[in-house]
Design a protein around this ligand. Structure first.
Ligand code: TRP
Length: 478
C-alpha cells in the first residue's frame, strides 16, 4: 500500500471545503429563500442551525474521513469493521455516493443557466430590456433542450477535467486560483451594489429579526438550507477530510468553514438585494430571483451588462468548486475499489451524471407542466430528484452524527479533535442528541401534510435513531 494521499498544505482542506460549501446554495438558493421567507427571521434560524447543528456535523463528517483516510464508501466499511459495529452503517457511504450522483446531475444543469446569462450580459443583448422581455428570455432558455444540454455538457466536462487531473494538480491548483478570484469578484459586485443600489433597504430586509414573519415551513427550510450550504451528509466533506493534514485542528477548521460560508451568503445577499430594491423590484420571486429579477436590475443600471457578466462568472466558478467535490468521492471510490485510473473513474462518474441530467433538462420543456410525463404525482422528474436529495442529505447527516457520536471512542475523537474535555463533551452532546433531533425535523419537511403527522413522525424517527445508536453502542462494548 502506498502512503495515504494528503493535501499539500495544512490549510488546503479549509480551502477545498469552503470551495465545496460556497456554491449555488449561497448565491442562488440562500437569497431567494430569504426573500421568500421574510428576511431577517429566516437568517436568524439559519445561523442558529449552522452553529448548533451544522458545525458539529461538519466536525463529525471530517472526523470520519480523516480517521479512515479512504473514500466514503471504503472508509465506512473500514470504520464499521474496526469499531465492530453493525455493517448497516456502511449505508452512510453508499447513500452519499447516490446523493452525489443526483445532486451533480441537476446542479450542472442549473449552473449551465449561469453560462447562458454570462453570454447574455456580455453581449449586451439585455441592456435596456424591459421586465417582460427578460422574463421571456428565461422562459426561452428553459424551453430549449438543445441549449440546456450544451451548457450542462460544458459544465460537467469542466468539473470532470479538474478532478481527472488529480487532487494536487487538478483540485488544489484549481482552487488556489479560483477561490481568491471569486472573492474579489464578489467584493466588486458588492461595491457596485452599494453604489448603484439601495443598501439601506437590503440591510433592513436582511437584518430585521421578526420571528413572527417565519412560518413553520420557513423554519424547516432554513434548517435544510444550512445543510445544503455546508455540503453536509453526502460524503463530499468526508472525501476531502480523508486528505486533511493530521495537524490541522478539526474544530477551528469547521468553525472557519461555517463562518466563511455564512459570510459569503450574507455578502451575496446584500449585493443582490441592494440591486433588486434599488430598482424597485420584489424580493420574493423564488428561484427566478437570480435569473429574472437580478437581470432586470442589471439591464437598467449603468455598466450593468459588465458587472452582471462578471457576477455570472462568479456563479459559474462557485458552482464548479462545489461540483468537483461531488465528483471526487465517487471517483476516489472507483479508483480504490477497482483500481481504475483516475481519468477513467471520473469519466464513468460524469457520464452517468450527464445521462441522469437529461431528466432535469427535459423537465423544463418536453416534460414540463401540462404534459403527461410531468404528472407523476404532480411533480416533474426534476422535482422528484430534488425531493430525493432533500431526504438523503439530512438522513446522511443524521447517520453521520449518530455514528461519530456513539460508535467512535472518546480517546479516538479526543486525539483527532485535540481539544479540551469541555468542548469535547459539548460536541458529543450536540451530535448525540441535538443534531439528530433537529435533523429529524428537517427530514420531516419533505413529508407531505406535515402538520397532522408532525408529532408521531418526529417521535418515531427519534426512536429509530436512539435504537440504532444504542445497538451500535452495545455492540462496541462486546
Ligand atoms: N454546498 C453547495 C452549495 O451551497 C451545494 C451542495 C450540497 C454540495 N451538497 C453538496 C456541493 C455536496 C458539493 C458536495 O452550492
Amino acid at each position: 500500500m502506498s502512503s495515504p494521499k494528503i493535501w499539500t498544505h495544512k490549510g488546503t482542506f479549509l480551502l477545498a471545503a469552503v470551495g465545496s460549501a460556497v456554491g449555488l446554495g449561497n448565491l442562488w438558493r440562500f437569497p431567494y429563500l430569504t426573500g421568500e421567507n421574510g428576511g431577517g427571521a429566516f437568517i436568524l434560524v439559519y445561523a442558529l442551525t449552522i452553529a448548533l447543528v451544522g458545525i458539529p456535523i461538519l466536525i463529525a463528517e471530517t472526523l470520519l474521513g480523516r480517521a479512515s483516510r479512504k473514500s466514503p464508501i471504503m472508509g465506512m466499511q473500514y470504520l464499521t469493521e474496526s469499531h465492530n459495529t453493525s455493517r448497516n452503517w456502511r449505508a452512510i457511504g453508499w447513500m452519499g455516493a447516490f446523493a452525489a450522483f443526483i445532486i451533480l446531475s441537476f446542479y450542472s444543469v442549473i449552473a449551465g443557466w449561469a453560462i447562458h446569462y454570462t453570454g447574455l450580459m456580455f453581449s449586451g443583448s439585455l441592456v435596456g430590456a424591459d421586465a417582460a422581455t427578460i422574463g421571456e428570455s428565461f422562459g426561452d432558455l428553459l424551453a430549449s433542450p438543445g441549449l440546456l444540454l450544451t451548457y450542462h455538457t460544458l459544465f460537467i466536462l469542466a468539473s470532470g477535467l479538474i478532478v481527472g487531473m488529480g487532487i494536487h494538480k487538478g483540485i488544489e491548483n484549481g482552487l488556489r486560483f479560483m477561490m481568491p478570484a471569486l472573492f474579489v469578484i464578489l467584493l466588486i459586485v458588492l461595491g457596485y451594489g452599494v453604489v448603484a443600489g439601495d443598501v439601506g433597504a437590503a440591510m433592513s430586509f436582511l437584518f430585521t429579526f421578526n420571528l413572527s414573519d417565519l412560518s413553520l415551513e420557513g423554519w424547516l427550510q432554513a434548517m435544510g438550507q444550512s445543510f445544503f450550504t455546508l455540503s453536509l451528509g453526502m460524503g463530499a466533506i468526508m472525501a476531502y477530510g480523508a486528505y486533511m493534514s493530521s495537524e490541522a485542528s478539526l474544530t477551528r477548521t469547521a468553525i472557519s468553514i461555517a463562518f466563511v460560508d455564512t459570510a459569503i451568503a450574507l455578502l451575496a445577499g446584500i449585493a443582490i438585494f441592494s440591486l433588486v430594491f434599488g430598482s424597485g423590484l420584489e424580493a420574493g420571486q423564488g428561484p427566478g430571483l437570480m435569473f429574472v429579477t437580478l437581470p432586470i436590475a442589471f439591464a437598467e443600471l449603468p455598466a450593468g451588462w459588465l458587472i452582471g457578466g462578471v457576477f455570472f462568472i462568479l456563479v459559474i466558478g462557485a458552482a464548479i468548486t462545489s461540483s468537483i467535490s461531488l465528483v471526487e468521492p465517487v471517483a476516489a471510490y472507483l479508483v480504490e475499489r477497482f483500481g481504475l485510473s483516475r481519468p477513467i473513474a471520473v469519466t464513468l462518474m460524469i457520464t452517468f451524471c450527464w445521462l441522469l441530467g437529461l431528466l432535469t433538462v427535459f423537465s423544463f420543456n418536453y416534460w414540463s407542466e401540462g404534459t403527461i410525463t410531468h404528472d407523476w404525482f404532480g411533480r416533474s422528474p426534476f422535482d422528484v430528484l430534488e425531493f430525493i436529495t432533500n431526504i438523503l442529505m439530512p438522513l446522511g447527516g443524521l447517520l453521520i452524527a449518530l455514528f461519530a457520536g456513539w460508535a467512535l471512542s472518546r480517546e479516538e475523537v479526543l486525539r483527532e479533535m485535540s481539544t479540551n474535555d469541555t468542548w469535547f463533551e459539548c460536541w458529543q452532546f450536540l451530535v448525540r442528541f441535538v443534531a439528530p433531533t433537529a435533523v429529524a425535523f428537517v427530514f420531516l419537511r419533505t413529508m407531505p401534510q406535515i402538520d397532522g403527522y408532525l408529532i408521531p413522525a418526529v417521535g418515531s424517527v427519534l426512536l429509530i435513531g436512539a435504537f440504532t445508536a444504542g445497538r451500535t453502542f452495545i455492540q462496541r462494548q462486546s
